[in-house]
Unconditional design. Structure first.
Length: 702
């Protein structure tokens, strides 16, 4: 197939980095899909972007769409012709086939299908020139993009039916195929062979002759089109600054991607701030730099350094003004932060005032929330008393002292929301509370609990069980209280981040090996908090969904674990047991070469027990085959063995496969003698029961 270079540039106003970067990984896929819908063979398309342009480039783009074979099958000949005679006139069924395919009777042929001779018609539709199809492809592609919030501009919405907006107004369109300009349009903007260079070089259009000329002209006009090239350039510049000044930059991945997205010609510049600002907490300084100014923080000898790296989008070789300007902006922010910090230290850390701050309508104030969290913390502390007393951070404390400290931590955990610093830097809630608590001489347990109450964040978890209980209380209250007023996540909507809260609960429980039953414990908390109308089944299901996603195993294996039972013959709803049982079943099952045979054997075990009848243990006196004795010996050994982990038990149970196959091949279970039949069923039932302590094998599927 003939191919040629293809180029499409969509010029826009400045693209907002974060929403654009969220959709960027999908752009190539969505372009490919739009091509395939037009029957154009997917070309190896590269996607480039700068703050003002989205570019698609394919070196070998098909000049023609694919030919298509259209086949149509109709009624059997016996029904399509009168009396089934192909020389006779067509019946209504035959005429309907002609009408549907827009053909004459002489165009009909026949073929064999499902053992019958049926009406048949085929045609080959020649592929069109891609040049004629690209307008439709472009429209479909643009409509498929989702950047979150979109913009509307001018009177474009009234001029274009079903206009849903775009991430930013489109100001230009440039397209080439086979080095010839294409006539395309987008939102009232018509393509022309021109582009724009870097803003520093003016706003005059640059004329483009062909595809390669486009790349040359951009480079000459200080636009580095390839985002990977810009990233590597920034990293190299930072590395040079590090080695020259013996410092180390904190290279946050998300910040780096954002800086790449807002620059066309990046230049990394070293700036400084007064060392007196280092009296502020590292978090305040770093957030001031990263979140508000997009600066990279610097360290020297593992301590925060009074400097930063700013990546400028300037072509000027004189960076002194840029450096001075950014230093001035940061100085102002840090001066404000220092003012807030000193003001906050003048007041004792107190929850007084939280009663006037609404948590969520229908759930009272933040003061009410801290009271609820305190109640949850006390319940969890009693539940995990032994673990708390054995935690090194609680060493030397009586349990009553731990409870008192938990009560104090719960009361103060939201106090810093009233501080001036958190009012200016909301990202520092909890963190600033810990600093203020330290300054005012609170217990190290309270300090760590205040700081870690919102964890997990990324891979960071609470550093001790005391903090973990405070963090669990925060999340469990949010989930239970919001569910109680039907503020339940649906689809992609989760305004209160309850999915993240549930994931956090699961991670903390797993990290500290805590037993937590998704029925009993949730009912206790529900009753304690007074949410009498709350349906715990919905909360349980919500947690189980999160748990299944976090484990990531075969869904049928997770379902098998859910159908498992405990030694007290109850459904297993303990989070850690569900995790360990699912992982054990998954590891052993996935390592099996012939999964189908393995499942077949154990499905027979489940089928024998499908009547759910409870059997007594089998009696050896009623055995009359060696296979019965062999199976009983094996299951007795497993039942009496103290395995070090669930995986070993699962391996032993799956290891019964050969013995079970011998048993099923040579032993007739439904013996005429009802006593022998019941005894054999009891034997198989024991195997099934031992498996149920891990999961229900009947639920597992390939």
């Amino acid at each position: 197939m003939d191919t040629a270079p293809f180029l499409l540039e969509i010029l826009t106003q400045e693209l907002p980095a974060k929403p654009f970067l969220k959709e960027f990984p999908n752009i190539r896929t969505k372009w490919t899909k739009a091509l395939q819908n037009a029957f154009i063979t997917s070309a190896d398309t590269q996607v480039f972007y700068t703050p003002r342009r989205i570019v698609l480039y394919a070196e070998n783009f098909p000049l023609k769409a694919n030919d298509r074979l259209i086949e149509s099958f109709g009624a059997p000949v016996s029904l399509a012709y009168e009396n089934g005679d192909k020389n006779a006139p067509l019946t209504k069924a035959g005429l309907s086939f002609c009408y549907k395919n827009n053909i004459q009777e002489q165009d009909i042929s026949t073929t064999q299908k499902d053992g019958k001779e049926v009406l048949y018609f085929k045609q080959i539709i020649k592929g069109q020139s891609t040049q004629n199809l690209l307008q439709g492809v472009l429209t479909e592609f643009i409509d498929s993009l989702n950047f979150g919030k979109s913009m509307r501009w001018g009177d474009i919405a009234s001029r274009y039916e079903n206009f849903h907006g775009f991430i930013r107004p489109v100001v230009g369109l440039c397209a080439f195929l086979d080095d010839k300009p294409l006539s395309l349009s987008l939102f009232g903007v018509y393509s022309s062979p021109q582009t724009l260079g870097h803003r520093d070089l003016g706003s005059s259009p640059i004329q483009i002759q062909n595809t390669q000329d486009y790349f040359h002209k951009l480079k000459a006009h200080k636009v580095i089109l390839d985002q990977d090239e810009r990233k590597n350039l920034i990293l190299q510049q930072i590395k040079t600054i590090e080695s020259t000044h013996h410092i180390k930059a904190e290279l946050d991945h998300e910040l780096l991607e954002e800086v790449v997205a807002i620059t066309e010609y990046p230049q990394s510049i070293l700036g400084y701030f007064e060392s007196e600002f280092l009296d502020l907490s590292d978090e305040v300084i770093i957030i001031s730099m990263k979140e508000h100014q997009r600066y990279f923080p610097l360290y020297k000898d593992n301590l925060l350094f009074n400097g930063f790296i700013v990546v400028s989008n300037s072509t000027s070789i004189q960076d002194s003004l840029i450096k001075a300007g950014n230093e001035k902006v940061l100085r102002a922010r840090l001066s404000d932060a220092m003012f807030f910090y000193r003001n906050d230290l003048k007041k004792p850390l107190s929850a007084q005032g939280l009663e006037s701050v609404v948590f969520v309508e229908g759930l009272g104030s933040l003061a009410d929330k801290t009271i609820r969290e305190g109640k949850i913390a006390q319940i969890l502390a009693q539940k995990y008393k032994e673990k708390l007393l054995n935690d090194p951070i609680c060493k030397g404390l009586e349990f009553l002292q731990i409870l008192q400290l938990l009560e104090q931590a719960s009361e103060l955990c939201k106090a810093d929301l009233l501080s001036e610093m958190v009012g200016e830097f909301p990202e520092l809630q909890g963190i600033m509370g810990s600093y203020y608590a330290k300054e005012q001489g609170f217990s190290p347990l309270i300090i760590s609990a205040l700081r870690e109450q919102y964890l997990p964040r990324h891979t960071e978890l609470p550093s001790n069980l005391f903090s973990a209980i405070v963090a669990l209380s925060n999340k469990l209250d949010s989930i239970l209280s919001l569910f109680s007023i039907d503020k339940i996540p649906s689809g992609s909507k989760d305004p209160y981040a309850l999915r993240r809260a549930a994931n956090g609960v699961i991670k903390i429980i797993e990290r500290y090996g805590l037993d937590f039953h998704l029925q009993k414990d949730l009912y206790i908390l529900k009753d304690t908090l007074g949410f009498h109308t709350l349906k715990i089944e919905g909360v349980e299901h919500f947690f189980l969904e999160r748990l299944e996603n976090s484990i990531g195993a075969n869904p049928s294996i997770f379902r098998a674990a859910l159908f498992g039972i405990t030694r007290s013959n109850e459904r297993n709803r303990d989070i850690n047991m569900l995790i360990s049982n699912t992982l054990a079943l998954s590891e052993v099952f996935e390592a099996t070469e012939n999964k189908a045979t393995l499942l077949s054997t154990f499905k027979r075990v489940a089928n024998v027990c499908k009547d759910k009848k409870v059997y007594s243990k089998p009696s050896r006196e009623l055995f009359n085959t060696q296979e019965e004795h062999s199976l009983l010996n094996a299951i007795e050994t497993i039942a009496s063995t103290h395995f070090t982990n669930v995986k070993e038990r699962a391996e032993a149970l799956f290891g019964l496969k050969d013995i079970l196959e011998e048993f099923f091949s040579n032993v007739f279970i439904n013996e005429q003698d009802p006593q022998i039949a019941q005894n054999r069923k009891a034997l198989v039932s024991w195997v099934y029961e031992e498996f149920l302590y891990i999961g229900d094998i009947a639920q597992i599927a390939i």
